[in-house]
Ligand binder design. Sequence first.
Ligand SMILES: [Zn+2]
Length: 461
Amino acid sequence: MTSRSSRGGASLRPSGWRRLALPLALGFAAMGAARAAPAADPEAWQLQMHGELLAREQAAHPGDASVPVPARQTLWLARDGHFRLETENRFPGEIVFRYREAGDAQGAQRIDLLGWRDGTAIQAVDAKAAREHLADQLLWLPAELLRQSTPLTPAQEQQGTWQQTLRDPAGRELQLRWSGAQGRLMEVRQGPLRYVYLSSHDERGLQPAEIEIFNGERRTQRWQLQPPAAVDASSTRPPLPAGYEPQAPAGALRAERLAPDVYRVEGLASRYHNHFVVGPQGVVVFDTPVSREEGSRVRALIERTAPGLPIAAVVLSHGHRDHAAGLPAYLEEGTRLFVGQGGRQALARQHGAAQAERAEEVRQALAIELGGRALRLLPVTSSHAEDMLVAWDDASRSVFHGDLFYVPEQGPVPPAFEGAEELQQALRQAGLEPLRVLGVHGRAANADDVRQSLALRHRQP
Ligand SMILES: [Zn+2]
Protein backbone atom coordinates (compact mmCIF):
# COMPACT_ATOMS: atom_id res chain seq x y z
CA MET A 1 0.00 0.00 0.00
CA THR A 2 1.26 3.47 -0.82
CA SER A 3 0.62 6.23 1.61
CA ARG A 4 1.54 9.86 1.97
CA SER A 5 3.55 11.00 4.92
CA SER A 6 1.58 14.19 5.49
CA ARG A 7 -2.14 14.73 5.52
CA GLY A 8 -4.08 17.33 3.61
CA GLY A 9 -3.42 18.99 0.31
CA ALA A 10 -0.28 20.90 1.27
CA SER A 11 2.02 18.14 0.06
CA LEU A 12 0.42 18.19 -3.37
CA ARG A 13 1.95 21.19 -5.04
CA PRO A 14 1.08 21.89 -8.66
CA SER A 15 4.07 19.83 -9.74
CA GLY A 16 2.75 16.98 -7.66
CA TRP A 17 -0.60 17.34 -9.38
CA ARG A 18 1.05 17.09 -12.81
CA ARG A 19 2.68 13.87 -11.76
CA LEU A 20 -0.72 12.65 -10.65
CA ALA A 21 -2.47 13.64 -13.86
CA LEU A 22 -0.93 10.91 -16.00
CA PRO A 23 -2.01 7.98 -13.83
CA LEU A 24 -5.40 9.67 -13.50
CA ALA A 25 -5.78 9.69 -17.23
CA LEU A 26 -4.55 6.14 -17.59
CA GLY A 27 -7.01 4.71 -15.18
CA PHE A 28 -8.45 5.85 -11.93
CA ALA A 29 -9.77 2.54 -10.88
CA ALA A 30 -6.57 0.67 -10.31
CA MET A 31 -4.85 3.53 -8.61
CA GLY A 32 -7.79 4.34 -6.36
CA ALA A 33 -7.98 0.79 -5.17
CA ALA A 34 -4.27 0.59 -4.50
CA ARG A 35 -4.32 3.73 -2.38
CA ALA A 36 -7.45 2.96 -0.44
CA ALA A 37 -7.11 -0.74 0.23
CA PRO A 38 -6.18 -1.33 3.87
CA ALA A 39 -3.03 -3.37 4.39
CA ALA A 40 -4.99 -6.43 5.46
CA ASP A 41 -7.07 -6.31 2.26
CA PRO A 42 -10.20 -7.42 4.09
CA GLU A 43 -12.84 -9.61 2.61
CA ALA A 44 -15.52 -7.20 3.82
CA TRP A 45 -16.00 -3.75 5.32
CA GLN A 46 -18.36 -2.42 7.90
CA LEU A 47 -19.34 1.24 7.64
CA GLN A 48 -21.28 3.02 10.34
CA MET A 49 -22.95 6.32 9.61
CA HIS A 50 -25.41 8.72 11.09
CA GLY A 51 -27.12 11.77 9.76
CA GLU A 52 -30.49 12.97 8.62
CA LEU A 53 -32.93 12.59 5.78
CA LEU A 54 -35.03 15.52 4.69
CA ALA A 55 -38.47 13.94 4.38
CA ARG A 56 -40.85 15.85 2.12
CA GLU A 57 -44.43 16.43 3.24
CA GLN A 58 -43.94 14.45 6.44
CA ALA A 59 -43.53 17.28 8.95
CA ALA A 60 -45.57 17.52 12.14
CA HIS A 61 -46.35 21.16 11.34
CA PRO A 62 -48.46 21.42 8.17
CA GLY A 63 -46.70 24.67 7.30
CA ASP A 64 -43.38 22.88 6.81
CA ALA A 65 -42.66 21.32 3.43
CA SER A 66 -40.10 18.92 4.85
CA VAL A 67 -38.74 17.66 8.13
CA PRO A 68 -35.25 16.49 9.10
CA VAL A 69 -35.47 12.82 10.08
CA PRO A 70 -32.62 11.58 12.30
CA ALA A 71 -31.13 8.51 10.69
CA ARG A 72 -28.38 5.98 11.25
CA GLN A 73 -27.27 3.06 9.19
CA THR A 74 -24.66 0.34 9.09
CA LEU A 75 -23.43 -1.15 5.86
CA TRP A 76 -21.58 -4.43 5.48
CA LEU A 77 -20.03 -4.81 2.06
CA ALA A 78 -18.09 -7.91 0.99
CA ARG A 79 -15.70 -8.20 -1.92
CA ASP A 80 -17.59 -11.32 -3.00
CA GLY A 81 -20.57 -9.09 -3.84
CA HIS A 82 -22.76 -9.62 -0.79
CA PHE A 83 -24.14 -6.67 1.11
CA ARG A 84 -26.22 -5.97 4.18
CA LEU A 85 -27.67 -2.58 5.05
CA GLU A 86 -29.46 -1.83 8.30
CA THR A 87 -31.23 1.51 8.61
CA GLU A 88 -32.98 3.34 11.42
CA ASN A 89 -35.07 6.48 10.89
CA ARG A 90 -37.06 8.44 13.44
CA PHE A 91 -40.14 10.25 12.13
CA PRO A 92 -42.35 12.78 13.99
CA GLY A 93 -44.35 11.09 16.72
CA GLU A 94 -41.31 9.01 17.73
CA ILE A 95 -42.16 6.60 14.93
CA VAL A 96 -39.04 4.51 14.40
CA PHE A 97 -38.38 2.47 11.27
CA ARG A 98 -35.67 -0.17 11.44
CA TYR A 99 -35.06 -2.24 8.31
CA ARG A 100 -32.50 -4.70 7.03
CA GLU A 101 -31.76 -5.48 3.40
CA ALA A 102 -29.27 -8.23 2.62
CA GLY A 103 -28.33 -10.06 -0.55
CA ASP A 104 -26.20 -9.87 -3.67
CA ALA A 105 -26.61 -9.02 -7.34
CA GLN A 106 -28.92 -11.99 -7.85
CA GLY A 107 -31.51 -10.77 -5.35
CA ALA A 108 -32.00 -9.51 -1.84
CA GLN A 109 -34.42 -9.71 1.07
CA ARG A 110 -35.77 -6.84 3.09
CA ILE A 111 -37.27 -7.17 6.54
CA ASP A 112 -38.75 -4.84 9.13
CA LEU A 113 -36.55 -5.50 12.16
CA LEU A 114 -39.07 -3.91 14.53
CA GLY A 115 -41.96 -5.82 12.99
CA TRP A 116 -44.61 -3.09 13.16
CA ARG A 117 -44.93 -1.70 9.65
CA ASP A 118 -44.33 -4.86 7.63
CA GLY A 119 -44.53 -7.31 10.50
CA THR A 120 -42.85 -10.62 9.78
CA ALA A 121 -43.02 -10.24 5.98
CA ILE A 122 -39.88 -10.90 3.96
CA GLN A 123 -39.94 -8.57 0.98
CA ALA A 124 -38.14 -9.98 -2.02
CA VAL A 125 -35.91 -7.58 -3.97
CA ASP A 126 -35.53 -8.80 -7.56
CA ALA A 127 -32.19 -9.14 -9.32
CA LYS A 128 -32.35 -5.82 -11.17
CA ALA A 129 -33.22 -3.83 -8.04
CA ALA A 130 -30.73 -5.80 -5.94
CA ARG A 131 -27.95 -5.11 -8.46
CA GLU A 132 -28.75 -1.40 -8.26
CA HIS A 133 -29.02 -1.39 -4.47
CA LEU A 134 -25.65 -3.15 -4.26
CA ALA A 135 -24.09 -0.62 -6.66
CA ASP A 136 -25.66 2.22 -4.64
CA GLN A 137 -23.75 1.02 -1.58
CA LEU A 138 -20.43 1.53 -3.40
CA LEU A 139 -21.05 5.28 -3.25
CA TRP A 140 -20.38 5.11 0.50
CA LEU A 141 -16.97 3.61 -0.22
CA PRO A 142 -15.62 5.14 -3.44
CA ALA A 143 -12.40 3.12 -3.14
CA GLU A 144 -14.48 0.04 -3.85
CA LEU A 145 -16.65 1.87 -6.39
CA LEU A 146 -13.51 2.57 -8.45
CA ARG A 147 -12.37 -1.03 -8.18
CA GLN A 148 -15.69 -2.42 -9.38
CA SER A 149 -16.62 0.15 -12.04
CA THR A 150 -15.53 0.40 -15.66
CA PRO A 151 -13.96 3.67 -16.84
CA LEU A 152 -15.76 4.96 -19.95
CA THR A 153 -13.68 8.09 -20.46
CA PRO A 154 -10.25 9.18 -19.29
CA ALA A 155 -10.26 11.98 -16.74
CA GLN A 156 -10.59 15.33 -18.48
CA GLU A 157 -9.86 18.75 -17.09
CA GLN A 158 -12.76 21.18 -16.96
CA GLN A 159 -12.37 24.55 -15.27
CA GLY A 160 -9.82 23.38 -12.78
CA THR A 161 -11.51 20.09 -11.89
CA TRP A 162 -11.15 16.66 -13.43
CA GLN A 163 -14.17 14.78 -14.69
CA GLN A 164 -14.52 11.16 -15.58
CA THR A 165 -17.38 8.87 -16.61
CA LEU A 166 -17.63 5.34 -15.26
CA ARG A 167 -20.12 2.53 -15.61
CA ASP A 168 -21.11 1.05 -12.25
CA PRO A 169 -21.68 -2.71 -11.75
CA ALA A 170 -25.42 -2.16 -12.29
CA GLY A 171 -24.66 -0.76 -15.75
CA ARG A 172 -25.42 2.87 -14.89
CA GLU A 173 -23.26 5.81 -15.86
CA LEU A 174 -21.59 7.81 -13.12
CA GLN A 175 -19.91 11.19 -13.50
CA LEU A 176 -17.04 11.71 -11.10
CA ARG A 177 -15.50 15.08 -10.34
CA TRP A 178 -12.07 15.43 -8.74
CA SER A 179 -10.49 18.59 -7.40
CA GLY A 180 -7.62 19.80 -9.53
CA ALA A 181 -5.55 21.08 -6.65
CA GLN A 182 -5.63 17.98 -4.48
CA GLY A 183 -6.62 15.06 -6.66
CA ARG A 184 -9.51 14.50 -4.26
CA LEU A 185 -12.90 13.07 -5.15
CA MET A 186 -15.48 15.85 -4.85
CA GLU A 187 -18.70 14.37 -6.13
CA VAL A 188 -20.36 11.57 -8.04
CA ARG A 189 -23.47 12.08 -10.14
CA GLN A 190 -25.78 9.22 -10.91
CA GLY A 191 -28.92 10.21 -12.80
CA PRO A 192 -30.63 12.97 -10.77
CA LEU A 193 -28.61 12.10 -7.64
CA ARG A 194 -25.42 13.85 -6.63
CA TYR A 195 -23.19 12.57 -3.83
CA VAL A 196 -21.01 15.40 -2.56
CA TYR A 197 -17.98 14.25 -0.56
CA LEU A 198 -17.34 17.01 1.94
CA SER A 199 -14.53 15.45 3.95
CA SER A 200 -12.82 12.11 4.15
CA HIS A 201 -10.65 9.83 6.27
CA ASP A 202 -8.04 9.64 3.51
CA GLU A 203 -6.47 12.24 1.28
CA ARG A 204 -8.20 11.30 -1.92
CA GLY A 205 -11.78 11.23 -0.66
CA LEU A 206 -12.11 7.50 -1.20
CA GLN A 207 -13.09 6.85 2.41
CA PRO A 208 -15.58 9.66 3.02
CA ALA A 209 -16.24 11.17 6.44
CA GLU A 210 -19.10 13.44 5.41
CA ILE A 211 -21.48 13.16 2.48
CA GLU A 212 -24.41 15.25 1.29
CA ILE A 213 -26.83 13.80 -1.22
CA PHE A 214 -28.83 15.97 -3.56
CA ASN A 215 -31.74 15.00 -5.77
CA GLY A 216 -31.65 17.65 -8.49
CA GLU A 217 -31.19 20.91 -6.60
CA ARG A 218 -32.72 19.62 -3.38
CA ARG A 219 -30.55 18.28 -0.56
CA THR A 220 -32.19 15.10 0.67
CA GLN A 221 -29.62 13.46 2.96
CA ARG A 222 -26.58 14.31 5.03
CA TRP A 223 -24.30 11.68 6.58
CA GLN A 224 -21.24 11.40 8.80
CA LEU A 225 -19.27 8.20 8.35
CA GLN A 226 -16.87 6.33 10.60
CA PRO A 227 -13.75 4.98 8.91
CA PRO A 228 -14.45 1.59 7.31
CA ALA A 229 -13.63 -1.38 9.54
CA ALA A 230 -12.44 -4.75 8.26
CA VAL A 231 -14.88 -7.58 9.03
CA ASP A 232 -15.54 -11.16 7.93
CA ALA A 233 -17.57 -11.65 4.77
CA SER A 234 -19.96 -13.82 6.77
CA SER A 235 -21.24 -10.65 8.49
CA THR A 236 -22.99 -9.74 5.23
CA ARG A 237 -25.14 -12.89 5.52
CA PRO A 238 -26.97 -12.58 8.82
CA PRO A 239 -29.33 -15.36 9.82
CA LEU A 240 -32.98 -14.49 9.31
CA PRO A 241 -34.65 -13.81 12.69
CA ALA A 242 -37.23 -16.41 13.70
CA GLY A 243 -40.81 -16.00 12.53
CA TYR A 244 -40.24 -14.16 9.24
CA GLU A 245 -42.04 -15.52 6.18
CA PRO A 246 -42.33 -14.49 2.55
CA GLN A 247 -44.68 -11.56 2.06
CA ALA A 248 -48.16 -12.65 1.05
CA PRO A 249 -49.19 -11.26 -2.34
CA ALA A 250 -51.46 -8.20 -2.23
CA GLY A 251 -53.88 -9.83 -4.68
CA ALA A 252 -56.19 -8.09 -7.12
CA LEU A 253 -57.60 -4.64 -6.45
CA ARG A 254 -60.86 -5.06 -4.57
CA ALA A 255 -63.22 -3.47 -2.05
CA GLU A 256 -63.57 -5.69 0.99
CA ARG A 257 -66.80 -5.23 2.92
CA LEU A 258 -66.07 -4.90 6.66
CA ALA A 259 -69.60 -4.03 7.79
CA PRO A 260 -72.78 -2.97 6.02
CA ASP A 261 -71.75 -0.15 3.63
CA VAL A 262 -68.19 0.03 5.05
CA TYR A 263 -65.40 -0.91 2.64
CA ARG A 264 -61.67 -1.28 2.78
CA VAL A 265 -59.55 -1.11 -0.37
CA GLU A 266 -57.23 -4.09 -0.82
CA GLY A 267 -54.74 -5.01 -3.51
CA LEU A 268 -52.96 -1.72 -4.25
CA ALA A 269 -49.34 -2.01 -5.33
CA SER A 270 -48.35 0.42 -2.57
CA ARG A 271 -50.11 -1.87 -0.05
CA TYR A 272 -51.91 1.16 1.37
CA HIS A 273 -55.60 0.86 2.22
CA ASN A 274 -58.10 3.60 2.08
CA HIS A 275 -61.67 3.16 3.24
CA PHE A 276 -65.07 4.39 2.16
CA VAL A 277 -68.61 4.28 3.46
CA VAL A 278 -71.61 4.26 1.17
CA GLY A 279 -74.53 6.41 2.30
CA PRO A 280 -77.91 6.71 0.59
CA GLN A 281 -76.89 9.97 -1.09
CA GLY A 282 -73.20 9.52 -1.65
CA VAL A 283 -69.84 7.99 -0.78
CA VAL A 284 -67.42 9.29 1.87
CA VAL A 285 -63.73 8.48 1.32
CA PHE A 286 -61.18 8.37 4.15
CA ASP A 287 -57.63 9.24 3.06
CA THR A 288 -56.38 9.29 -0.51
CA PRO A 289 -53.08 7.41 -0.80
CA VAL A 290 -50.63 7.31 -2.37
CA SER A 291 -50.54 8.84 -5.84
CA ARG A 292 -52.98 10.16 -8.42
CA GLU A 293 -52.57 6.95 -10.37
CA GLU A 294 -53.62 4.78 -7.43
CA GLY A 295 -56.35 7.29 -6.59
CA SER A 296 -57.81 6.90 -10.08
CA ARG A 297 -57.84 3.12 -9.77
CA VAL A 298 -59.59 3.31 -6.37
CA ARG A 299 -62.06 5.88 -7.71
CA ALA A 300 -63.04 3.44 -10.49
CA LEU A 301 -63.37 0.67 -7.88
CA ILE A 302 -65.71 2.87 -5.82
CA GLU A 303 -67.84 3.51 -8.91
CA ARG A 304 -68.12 -0.21 -9.48
CA THR A 305 -68.98 -0.83 -5.81
CA ALA A 306 -71.50 2.01 -5.47
CA PRO A 307 -72.66 2.76 -9.02
CA GLY A 308 -74.27 6.08 -9.69
CA LEU A 309 -73.45 7.68 -6.34
CA PRO A 310 -71.38 10.85 -6.14
CA ILE A 311 -68.33 11.26 -3.90
CA ALA A 312 -70.08 13.28 -1.20
CA ALA A 313 -66.97 13.95 0.88
CA VAL A 314 -63.30 13.19 1.37
CA VAL A 315 -61.84 13.24 4.89
CA LEU A 316 -58.05 13.49 5.13
CA SER A 317 -56.54 12.22 8.37
CA HIS A 318 -53.59 14.59 7.92
CA GLY A 319 -51.74 16.27 5.12
CA HIS A 320 -48.76 13.94 4.73
CA ARG A 321 -48.09 13.18 1.10
CA ASP A 322 -48.68 9.44 1.36
CA HIS A 323 -52.20 10.12 2.68
CA ALA A 324 -53.15 13.02 0.44
CA ALA A 325 -51.39 12.57 -2.91
CA GLY A 326 -54.32 10.81 -4.59
CA LEU A 327 -56.83 13.53 -3.64
CA PRO A 328 -57.50 15.04 -7.10
CA ALA A 329 -58.81 11.68 -8.35
CA TYR A 330 -61.78 11.85 -5.95
CA LEU A 331 -62.91 15.46 -6.11
CA GLU A 332 -66.11 16.21 -8.04
CA GLU A 333 -68.14 19.35 -8.14
CA GLY A 334 -69.90 19.37 -4.80
CA THR A 335 -67.50 16.97 -3.02
CA ARG A 336 -66.82 18.35 0.44
CA LEU A 337 -63.24 18.10 1.66
CA PHE A 338 -62.34 17.96 5.36
CA VAL A 339 -58.89 18.42 6.88
CA GLY A 340 -57.58 19.06 10.38
CA GLN A 341 -56.55 22.42 11.75
CA GLY A 342 -53.89 24.01 9.57
CA GLY A 343 -54.26 21.27 6.97
CA ARG A 344 -54.94 23.72 4.16
CA GLN A 345 -51.26 24.73 4.16
CA ALA A 346 -50.16 21.21 3.29
CA LEU A 347 -52.86 20.95 0.60
CA ALA A 348 -51.88 24.26 -0.96
CA ARG A 349 -48.29 23.08 -1.41
CA GLN A 350 -49.24 19.69 -2.80
CA HIS A 351 -52.39 20.42 -4.80
CA GLY A 352 -52.52 24.18 -5.30
CA ALA A 353 -54.45 27.06 -3.80
CA ALA A 354 -57.82 26.18 -5.35
CA GLN A 355 -57.98 22.75 -3.71
CA ALA A 356 -56.80 24.21 -0.41
CA GLU A 357 -59.53 26.85 -0.60
CA ARG A 358 -62.30 24.31 -0.86
CA ALA A 359 -61.06 22.36 2.19
CA GLU A 360 -62.96 22.80 5.44
CA GLU A 361 -60.65 22.78 8.47
CA VAL A 362 -62.17 20.95 11.43
CA ARG A 363 -61.13 22.74 14.63
CA GLN A 364 -63.46 21.04 17.08
CA ALA A 365 -65.43 17.80 17.25
CA LEU A 366 -68.19 17.82 14.68
CA ALA A 367 -71.24 15.57 14.27
CA ILE A 368 -72.17 15.70 10.61
CA GLU A 369 -74.24 13.86 8.02
CA LEU A 370 -72.32 13.19 4.81
CA GLY A 371 -73.85 11.30 1.90
CA GLY A 372 -76.77 10.59 4.22
CA ARG A 373 -74.52 8.83 6.74
CA ALA A 374 -74.06 9.99 10.38
CA LEU A 375 -70.36 10.64 11.06
CA ARG A 376 -68.26 12.47 13.58
CA LEU A 377 -65.01 14.26 12.84
CA LEU A 378 -62.61 14.59 15.77
CA PRO A 379 -59.41 16.66 15.79
CA VAL A 380 -56.64 14.80 17.63
CA THR A 381 -53.72 16.41 19.41
CA SER A 382 -50.86 14.44 17.88
CA SER A 383 -47.08 14.60 17.88
CA HIS A 384 -47.10 13.01 14.40
CA ALA A 385 -49.09 15.79 12.71
CA GLU A 386 -50.70 18.93 14.11
CA ASP A 387 -53.52 18.71 11.58
CA MET A 388 -54.54 15.22 12.75
CA LEU A 389 -58.20 14.33 12.30
CA VAL A 390 -60.07 11.07 12.78
CA ALA A 391 -63.53 10.13 11.53
CA TRP A 392 -66.13 8.04 13.30
CA ASP A 393 -68.94 6.14 11.62
CA ASP A 394 -71.88 5.81 14.04
CA ALA A 395 -73.59 2.86 12.35
CA SER A 396 -70.58 0.53 12.27
CA ARG A 397 -68.68 1.99 15.25
CA SER A 398 -65.59 2.27 13.07
CA VAL A 399 -62.86 4.84 13.53
CA PHE A 400 -60.86 5.91 10.46
CA HIS A 401 -57.44 7.33 11.28
CA GLY A 402 -54.03 7.91 9.70
CA ASP A 403 -50.71 6.85 11.26
CA LEU A 404 -51.98 6.73 14.86
CA PHE A 405 -52.04 2.96 15.15
CA TYR A 406 -50.41 0.04 13.35
CA VAL A 407 -50.86 -3.68 13.13
CA PRO A 408 -49.00 -5.28 10.23
CA GLU A 409 -50.60 -7.35 7.46
CA GLN A 410 -48.77 -10.42 8.76
CA GLY A 411 -47.25 -11.02 12.17
CA PRO A 412 -48.18 -10.31 15.78
CA VAL A 413 -49.47 -7.06 17.28
CA PRO A 414 -46.41 -4.83 17.92
CA PRO A 415 -45.84 -2.27 20.71
CA ALA A 416 -47.70 0.98 19.99
CA PHE A 417 -46.20 4.39 19.32
CA GLU A 418 -47.45 7.63 20.90
CA GLY A 419 -50.21 7.85 18.33
CA ALA A 420 -52.20 5.02 19.90
CA GLU A 421 -52.30 6.92 23.19
CA GLU A 422 -53.42 10.05 21.35
CA LEU A 423 -56.14 8.14 19.52
CA GLN A 424 -57.36 6.44 22.67
CA GLN A 425 -57.55 9.74 24.51
CA ALA A 426 -59.53 11.41 21.73
CA LEU A 427 -62.01 8.53 21.59
CA ARG A 428 -62.40 8.47 25.37
CA GLN A 429 -63.06 12.19 25.47
CA ALA A 430 -65.77 11.74 22.88
CA GLY A 431 -67.18 8.72 24.75
CA LEU A 432 -66.64 6.40 21.77
CA GLU A 433 -65.72 2.71 21.90
CA PRO A 434 -64.76 1.41 18.48
CA LEU A 435 -65.34 -2.04 17.05
CA ARG A 436 -62.94 -1.33 14.21
CA VAL A 437 -59.78 0.78 14.06
CA LEU A 438 -58.99 1.42 10.41
CA GLY A 439 -55.90 3.08 9.01
CA VAL A 440 -54.09 3.09 5.69
CA HIS A 441 -51.27 0.81 6.91
CA GLY A 442 -51.49 -2.84 7.89
CA ARG A 443 -54.53 -4.96 8.58
CA ALA A 444 -57.92 -3.84 9.89
CA ALA A 445 -57.65 -3.68 13.67
CA ASN A 446 -60.07 -3.80 16.57
CA ALA A 447 -60.17 -2.39 20.09
CA ASP A 448 -58.42 -5.47 21.51
CA ASP A 449 -55.49 -4.91 19.16
CA VAL A 450 -55.16 -1.35 20.46
CA ARG A 451 -55.27 -2.50 24.09
CA GLN A 452 -52.69 -5.23 23.46
CA SER A 453 -50.41 -2.88 21.55
CA LEU A 454 -50.53 -0.26 24.32
CA ALA A 455 -49.82 -2.93 26.95
CA LEU A 456 -46.71 -3.96 24.98
CA ARG A 457 -45.62 -0.31 24.76
CA HIS A 458 -45.87 0.10 28.51
CA ARG A 459 -43.99 -3.13 29.15
CA GLN A 460 -40.99 -1.88 27.13
CA PRO A 461 -37.98 -0.67 29.14
ZN1 LIG B 1 -48.16 10.64 8.54
